[in-house]
Write a new protein. Structure first.
Length: 620
């Protein structure tokens, strides 16, 4: 009874006291078991648990006051419904252990931010605020965020989700023996990328003994998916992950091969990029784009120099939305202004929102995309096609795109054009590796290039194995493309407009004059009629993979078998066994240092002599 009555529970982000409400009732329930046990020995005990055993930190003054009332309500209700008399004078006493304060930074002296002191406790529980790094500045302000980065920069990478700071503070509390164990909620993003740093720190100074990797959670009326993590200084010997006993819980909240150990390796041929970032409405509808394409400029250059079709994640998963983008690259104000009508559109729509922008680039170069990614554009413009995959999507889908289509930051782009490479990244080994090493946005996996692509150990196939992968990949792509755009529902349309031989549309320019200006003849597939357009709207890759017809499943199995053969592994490996082998290969490659490209024999542009390559060249 004395032990239970002395337990201290801290919620360092207590809000209006929800977790502390549950904590007081659980303490009272446990105490009641002791009282009942004592009664079986003829001993009478009375409840000793009190609300003052609960500690809370809350930045909102109203919520901090409300938390005290909520705790008292929980306490009095429990006493009433369990037949115990509660003290009536006064009914409610102040709970001085609930403090109105910032839990992760003390700015009482703004010039010298410091860590706030947390009260000692036996247990920490809580639901820290869910706020991604991209929203932190808007919600908390630049000064606060910069102070946070300066204070925790040695332990947490800048850009970590806000909840990670509560995990780090709790870890330090446990490490300093000011707390025995902690259990906190987090977004699923804590399992990957830079957020996982704090879980790795927890495992170095102690260990995780309980976790729910993916759990539904209702927050402000919306159902989200969270992770739950409980940890201590390492003394707990049992481990529970997703409701089942395991030997260990990895930093990514798995128990099989610990892919958090994976390292970047150098046998990667395909060059990867995150697409361009605009941060304003540089994208325009196609009818207006065509109007701009046909307009002439005083300097004689065509507007096609700075106009391209525009693709984002939905372009792959849901189909094209007919968007184009105005992209001046890195042109100066004077050079951009020479493209009269597109520039005037940008001046009227973008400049008013950027003229007082806090970021110097967006304020001083308001006519440019926030991140044009000229290196990526140069790489993909040199290829007949390139691969792209949505950063966040239900399925890990890679698809071909053709220049001059410009991919945005919702896409990860691979400057590769061979069927063989497409087969490698679309195969099960890469899909499973990406699912395990990436992060998640709710239920949708997020492809994080540094962990998913740059660590992936590609096989080193023979020429015959490479051709087998290319053939299977070509077949998969052909089947998917035919399903998406059946010949009887589509027709080819040629879009014509002025273009330059040194611009992004150079491959389509014909009849150029002495100044290098000619006519672009851009062939593309469009719906045959309105009825076909309605039917094609339902033909998306997401819908296809939701249905996963037998022909699609068999095509993937043929591709997987070809890739497994290139590894020299059986095709019936379990997921855990496959991950274990991939991790071992990754660590072997990483320890070996720089290596030759995995497919150095293949030439860019799909010039191999495989059947798919020959057929495609014939089609072209």
């Amino acid at each position: 009874m004395e032990r239970i009555a002395a337990v201290k529970i801290l919620d360092p982000a207590c809000g209006s006291g929800n977790f502390l409400y549950v904590a007081i009732t659980l303490l009272l329930d446990l105490e009641k078991e002791v009282i009942a046990k004592a009664a079986s020995y003829g001993t009478t005990l009375l409840p000793q648990v009190r609300p003052s055993q609960l500690y809370g930190l809350e930045i909102n003054p109203y919520a901090a006051e409300l938390a005290q009332v909520v705790i008292w309500i929980g306490y009095l209700q429990w006493m009433h419904f369990n037949g115990f008399a509660a003290k009536r004078d006064p009914i409610l006493e102040p709970i001085h252990t609930i403090r109105n304060t910032d839990a992760i930074i003390d700015l009482s002296d703004p010039d010298n931010p410091k860590e706030p002191e947390w009260p000692e406790a036996d247990v920490i529980v809580g639901n820290p605020p869910f706020l991604g790094d991209k929203k932190m500045r808007g919600e908390l302000g630049d000064d606060y965020v910069e102070a946070l980065f300066a204070l925790y920069g040695a332990a947490l990478p800048n850009g970590s989700d806000l909840c990670c700071y509560w995990f780090e503070k709790s870890r330090r509390h446990v490490e300093a023996a000011k707390c025995s164990r902690a259990g906190l909620l987090a977004t699923q993003g804590i399992r990957g990328a830079i957020n996982r740093t704090v879980v790795e720190s927890i495992k170095r100074s102690g260990d995780v003994f309980f976790a729910e990797s993916d759990r539904d959670w209702v927050l402000d009326g919306a159902s989200v998916h969270v992770s739950m993590i409980a940890f201590d200084d390492g003394r707990e010997t049992s481990r529970i992950l997703d409701g089942r006993p395991v030997e260990t819980i990895n930093a990514d909240l798995t128990s099989a091969a610990d892919t958090t150990q994976a390292r970047r390796i150098n046998n990667i041929r395909g060059q990867g990029y995150i697409g361009t970032t605009k941060k304003e409405s540089f994208d325009i509808a196609e009818p207006y784009a065509i109007e701009l394409l046909e307009a002439y400029n005083p300097h004689g250059r065509p507007n096609s120099d700075i106009l391209r079709p525009y693709a984002n994640g939905n372009t792959i998963t849901k189909g094209s939305r007919g968007l184009w983008i105005i992209d001046f690259g890195e042109r100066s104000l004077a050079d951009a202004a020479a493209y009269e009508k597109p520039f005037e559109y940008v001046r009227e729509t973008i400049y008013p929102r950027r003229k007082n922008h806090r970021e110097p680039r967006q304020r001083e170069k308001w006519w440019l995309l926030a991140r044009p990614c000229s290196e990526m554009m140069a790489a993909i413009d040199a290829l007949p096609r390139y691969l792209a995959t949505p950063i966040v999507s239900k399925y890990r889908l890679f698809a071909w795109m053709a220049p001059p289509t410009e991919p945005d930051h919702a896409l990860y782009v691979l400057a590769e054009s061979t069927d063989h490479f497409f087969g490698l990244v679309q195969s099960k080994p890469h899909e499973l590796w990406a699912l395990r090493t990436g992060t998640r946005l709710e239920t949708r996996p997020r492809y994080t290039p540094t962990s998913c692509f740059e660590t992936f150990p590609f096989p080193e196939p023979t020429a015959d194995q490479r051709d087998a992968i290319a053939a299977a990949a070509y077949e998969l792509d052909l089947l998917r493309s035919t399903w998406l755009n059946p010949p009887e529902w589509t027709r080819e349309e040629v879009l014509t407009f002025p273009g330059s031989v040194d611009g992004p549309w150079a491959r389509y320019v014909s009849d150029a004059n002495a100044k290098g200006i000619g006519t672009v003849r851009y062939p593309r597939v469009v719906p045959a009629d309105d009825a076909a357009a309605k039917k094609l709207a339902k033909r998306t890759l997401t819908n296809l993979y939701n249905e996963r017809p037998t022909w699609l499943d068999l095509a993937h199995k043929r591709l997987d078998e070809a890739v497994f053969a290139a590894y020299g592994w059986p095709a019936d490996l379990t997921d855990d066994d496959l991950l274990a082998r991939l991790l071992a290969l990754n660590l072997e490659r990483a320890s070996a240092g720089p290596a030759a490209p995995a497919e150095a024999e293949a030439e860019p542009g799909d010039t191999s002599d495989s059947p798919p390559a020959r057929q495609r060249r014939k089609r072209k």
